[in-house]
Structure formats: structure tokens, C-alpha cells
Design a binder for this molecule. Structure first.
Ligand code: SD4
Length: 302
């Protein structure tokens, strides 16, 4: 059947994550396993400064990570503001599978991870520490630097490459995962959309799945991923649904303020159709299916 299996992720560099996910899907593995193993790739990549190892720290110099998973039965798990763990997505999965809870944060999340055999590691690379020390000179929090045009100006890709991945497997089941180190130089304790079920990720096995990237505060305010799945339920295509979510963000903020923010969404439906959309120019996404891998420049509202 065309369109199945298929995986879609936020941002072009996550084509590498899709390739890992595709291996699982092509071997008739589950969408959940595919998404977990796909997300491992940027989590371990020191050059991805928005996810896991090598992620930019908060303003106090601590790398804190957020991740979640959701499966075809509507089960979900999340960790927030977790330190010292290389694969937060897998801790999120353990929260889903081994605890009566959905979300664990901070010290409790770390305690749980260690109890499950995860190793304590240092996620701050010398490069990210250097970027932080450089940032300290001005200490100006700038969540606006999220699109490639603007990052070219500043010559630094600050809040880029968070992974939101959703997949449809060979059995026709949907799952997803999302992982990030959050906005660079955020306040200590800050959590964005990425580990929030309904905001950074949502899966409904009857309809579709969605995930996203961008200024998390804006995505939380519209329940981004959930609203996209509900709009697909009402008949919109993945691309149309992602566009509507962008329009909601713009409507809330007004045109002027919206020009300074970015949010990018990706979605897949039960038929294996995929799509994405962003508020501003500069967002792209990666797709992998039986026809191979491709990068798509998302349409944007502004
Ligand atoms: C957050 N949505 O923590 C994330 C940031 C992000 O690429 O997507 N960066 O708000």
C-alpha cells in the first residue's frame, strides 16, 4: 500500500534520524521503535546544538533536556528539565512503560533514569560552553533567532534543529517522539512545547500524528500538535492542518509581533500523507518512505 510505512521529521539535518527510523520501519518494526531510534541520532550528535549532547545550556550554563513519546494506543511519557542523560527520549518511553505517570521533571526524572540503568553523562560540549560564555557578554535572550535567514545574519544557528518525528508503520500504526534541549540560554527551569503532549507532539491512531519546532511558548498557547490532529480528523490534509496552526499563532500575536517568531509543524495522517508548514520562511522537513529520502522546504504563512 502506497504511503506506508513513512516517517517525517522537523528540519533537514534530521534526514539522518529518518534514515535510522527507516531501518526499523523497513524491517516491519513499530512506529514507536522507529521514532525512538530515529531521535537517538540528534540526541547523540554534538553538532546539533538544540538537542541532547552538545545542546546549548540554559543561562546558568546547565544543559537541560525535554522529550516525549506517544504510541498508537494513546499511551505517552515525558521528561522535562532533565540533566545528564544522553537519550531523554528513551527515559520518556520508560516513564510511559514503567510508571503510572506521564511526566517526570528535574531531579525526579534524573532519579528515575538512573534507577532504570541510564548513565550519568556530561551533555555540555566545549563548543556549547564557549557559545554560552560568549552569550554571557550580552546576556540578551533572543528567542527570535529561529529562521535560517535571520541566523545567517547572526552567523549562528541558535534555536534550530529540535527533532519532532512522527511515523506510520507497516501495520498502519502511528507513533511519535520529540526531543530538545530547548531554547538556547533559557531561564533555569524553563520548559517549552516539546515534552508537552498535545503541544510538541500528539498522536491519534484513528486520524494522524503531528509534531513541531520553534518558539515553544507560542506552540503551547495553541496546543499546536493536538489542534493539527483534530483538524485532520475534520478532513483537512496534513499540510492544510499545519497551515491552520500557523495562522492561529499569527492571529494571537498580530502581524507585527509574528514577524519575529518562528514555529514549524509536521504531520502525517492514517493514509500516509505527510505535510508541514511554518509561520516564517526558513523551515524545512525531512521525509523517508519506500521512494527514498527527501527534504522539503515548507510553505510559510508570512
Ligand atoms: C522549545 N520548541 O523548547 C523548542 C525549541 C525548538 O528548534 O524547537 N528549537 O521551545
Amino acid at each position: 500500500e502506497a504511503g506506508k510505512p513513512i516517517v517525517i521529521s522537523t528540519w533537514a539535518p534530521n534526514a539522518k534520524a529518518n534514515a535510522a527510523a527507516w531501518k526499523v520501519l523497513a524491517a516491519n518494526g513499530s512506529a514507536l521503535d522507529a521514532c525512538e531510534q530515529g531521535v537517538w541520532v540528534p540526541e547523540a550528535d554534538p553538532n546539533d546544538t538544540s538537542v541532547g549532547y552538545g545542546g546549548y545550556p540554559d543561562r546558568d550554563g546547565r544543559v537541560t533536556v525535554d522529550a516525549c513519546v506517544m504510541d498508537e494506543n494513546g499511551n505517552c511519557g515525558a521528561v522535562m528539565c532533565l540533566e545528564h542523560i544522553l537519550h531523554p527520549v528513551s527515559v520518556a518511553r520508560k516513564v510511559m512503560e514503567k510508571t503510572p505517570h506521564v511526566q517526570l521533571v528535574g531531579a525526579g526524572a534524573l532519579q528515575f533514569a538512573l534507577s532504570q540503568g541510564f548513565e550519568k553523562v556530561n551533555l555540555l560540549t566545549p563548543e556549547s560552553e564557549k557559545a554560552w560564555k560568549n552569550w554571557l557578554k550580552t546576556s540578551k535572550y533572543d528567542p527570535m533567532i529561529t529562521v535560517e535567514e535571520r541566523t545567517q545574519k547572526s552567523k549562528k544557528m541558535l534555536n534550530h534543529d529540535t527533532i519532532g518525528m512522527v511515523a506510520l508503520d507497516g501495520k498502519g500504526n502511528l507513533s511519535g517522539a520529540c526531543s530538545t534541549s530547548g531554547m538556547a540560554f533559557k531561564m533555569a527551569g524553563r520548559v517549552g512545547d516539546s515534552p508537552i503532549i498535545g503541544a510538541g507532539l500528539f498522536v491519534d491512531n484513528e486520524v494522524g500524528a503531528a509534531s513541531c519546532t520553534g518558539v515553544g511558548e507560542e506552540i503551547v498557547k495553541i496546543c499546536g500538535a493536538h489542534v493539527i490532529v483534530e483538524m485532520m480528523r475534520n478532513g483537512l490534509s496534513p499540510e492544510e492542518a499545519c497551515k491552520k496552526a500557523c495562522e492561529r499563532i499569527i492571529k494571537r500575536n498580530g502581524l507585527e509581533k509574528s514577524k519575529n517568531l518562528q514555529a514549524g509543524f509536521v504531520a502525517v495522517n492514517k493514509a500516509g500523507e505527510v505535510g508541514g508548514y511554518s509561520v516564517a520562511a526558513g523551515f524545512n522537513y525531512a521525509v523517508h518512505d519506500a521512494n527514498g529520502a527527501r527534504i522539503i522546504d515548507a510553505k510559510h504563512v508570512l
